[in-house]
Design a protein. Structure first.
Length: 250
């Protein structure tokens, strides 16, 4: 993919924001100029939201966001993996080469709040570059937690249909799988929403600081079953039962 990018980006508009003499943000793409400018402002907001939780300079600069004008170009820039083609945005690459590619349909199928949440989610993944592996629900849930942290909407409103099973009396007994449905091209929001709600439960029941500490301990190599009692003082099964009960109150 890296070999194709110069040709794709050779005539693209690039907006660069600078701070203290260093490039902070690079927003580029074949999308219309007004969308480039809108995502410039959203990227500034996303960077502020992420670093408010994860710490100053937790995201490597420049924060690079690419806005292709077509689904075909999005597929080319993201490697064409079927699981990613319905995603509103994808983080591509690793470490200093990591960047965000936004699906062109995100503009019309998402509300302004949704566009911001998607971008903040992906910039959170930029802050996670170089960290050790964590359970998928924790990594994706924390990205969603960061994205919705400043929202005034009730959790049940944001979660939407993801809570249908809970409302029908089926509380989860295992951690959610954010990838469920993606291979079949299905809407994966349910898994992501439940992962976010798991992180929201941890932050509200214990603290935001302990939620982030849990991520740090697990990314440092501790199994979740060991990290939960170490950070929260209770067993994994106790946390799961508490989360299931909490979901029924939403």
């Amino acid at each position: 993919m890296s070999g194709a990018m110069p040709a794709l980006l050779s005539v693209l508009l690039v907006v660069v924001l600078t701070g203290c003499g260093d490039t902070e943000i690079e927003v580029s793409g074949s999308a219309r100029a007004e969308r480039i400018e809108a995502y410039e402002a959203m990227t500034e907001t996303a960077l502020d939201q992420v670093e408010d939780l994860w710490g100053e300079d937790s995201v490597a600069r420049p924060v690079e966001v690419i806005l292709p004008a077509s689904a075909a170009e999005f597929a080319e820039l993201t490697g064409g993996a079927p699981a990613s083609q319905t995603a509103p945005a994808v983080t591509v690459g690793s470490l200093d080469e990591a960047h965000v590619v936004v699906h062109p349909d995100s503009w019309t199928r998402l509300t302004p709040e949704g566009r911001q949440a998607v971008l903040t989610h992906e910039v959170t993944h930029l802050s996670m570059q170089g960290h050790g592996a964590v359970p998928p629900w924790l990594g994706e849930g924390l990205a969603e937690y960061t994205a919705h942290r400043a929202s005034d909407l009730a959790p049940a409103v944001i979660a939407g249909s993801a809570l249908d099973a809970v409302r029908a009396g089926e509380s989860p007994t295992t951690w959610p799988d954010p990838s469920a449905g993606t291979e079949a091209g299905e809407d994966a929001w349910g898994g992501y929403a439940l992962a976010w709600l798991a992180c929201l439960f941890l932050a509200q029941t214990w603290s935001e600081e302990q939620l982030v500490e849990l991520y740090e301990v697990t990314s440092g190599g501790a199994p979740l079953a060991e990290a939960l009692p170490q950070v929260l003082g209770v067993s994994e099964q106790e946390v799961l039962r508490g989360w299931g009960d909490w979901l029924t109150t939403l």
